[in-house]
Ligand binder design. Structure first.
Ligand code: ADP
Ligand code: MG
Length: 236
């Protein structure tokens, strides 16, 4: 479904990630783990078109997408939930979701289906649909940010450190929610996280990124058992 082939990307003349080769099949739940500054967000930005790769190719469902504008990549079926919870604090939950569903302004049936899905995955958002987003808890804002991305009815969801700044209990709830979303809808998910242990418990396969390069790629179970991963990322 998604294929990155020898992708290098960065900022200005600075190369942040080098020769990234990754492959995600339809329906997979895949982890991309690595320390702060490893280049995780840069890879997601390159996939969603926020930065243009310097080298290599990115294909989605067989079609080359690198060089395409971000809104075309959204239309192609990829949604990116960036780091930090960028909800519109002065708009209600429902209005935030409407903004996410802007691509359906001429297709009300699609909009309705997207909204039904989001409210079924996040019943709390349905309960709070008239509440201002700025008054939600951190976990609820993160759910809203994800719900807004789901409003585009993506086939591939990119999640950038959704656990950031959330209490451990909320993080657990969030991860079980991802697992349910993956199981019940078959949505393909690429989850970027620093929380390696938890992420490798929930995902099927993973990539370990170190200083801009993929160091390991394996099943999540094998990565959990890998001495290098245990030493550096699992605090063993
Ligand atoms: N907007 C930017 N301009 C310049 N350098 C950046 C920018 N964003 C990230 N970087 C650099 O790129 C590298 C990778 O960053 P990033 O992809 O954000 O890592 P991660 O998400 O794994 O923490 C870091 O060295 C970081 O300082
Ligand atoms: Mg990041």
């Amino acid at each position: 479904m998604l294929e990155l082939d020898m992708v290098s990307a960065g900022y200005g003349a600075v190369v942040a990630v080098r020769d990234i080769t990754m492959r995600i099949d339809q329906g997979e739940f895949v982890a991309l783990i690595g320390s702060n500054g490893a280049g995780k967000s840069t890879i997601l930005r390159a996939i969603s078109g926020l930065i243009r790769p310097m080298q290599g190719s990115i294909r989605f469902e067989g079609k080359r997408i690198n060089g395409m504008a971000p809104h075309h990549i959204v239309r192609a079926g990829i949604a990116h939930v960036p780091e930090g919870r960028h909800v519109f604090p002065d708009l209600s939950v429902a209005e935030n979701l409407e903004m996410g569903g802007f691509i359906w302004r001429r297709e009300p049936a699609q909009f309705r289906a997207a909204l039904d899905l989001v409210y079924s995955v996040f019943p709390k958002l349905a309960q709070r649909r008239t509440q201002l987003a700025g008054t939600l808890s951190g976990g609820e804002q993160q759910m809203l940010a994800i719900g807004r991305a789901l409003m585009t009815r993506p086939r591939l969801l990119l999640l950038d450190e959704p656990s950031l700044g959330l209490a451990p209990k909320i993080v657990l709830e969030m991860f079980s929610l991802f697992a349910r979303l993956h199981r019940t809808t078959g949505l393909t998910i690429l989850l970027v996280e620093q929380l390696a242990a938890l992420t490798l418990e929930y995902t099927q396969r993973g990539y370990v990124l170190e200083r801009g390069e993929i160091r390991l790629a394996d099943s999540s179970a094998a990565l959990r058992a890998n001495p290098r991963v245990q030493q550096i990322y699992l605090g063993a």
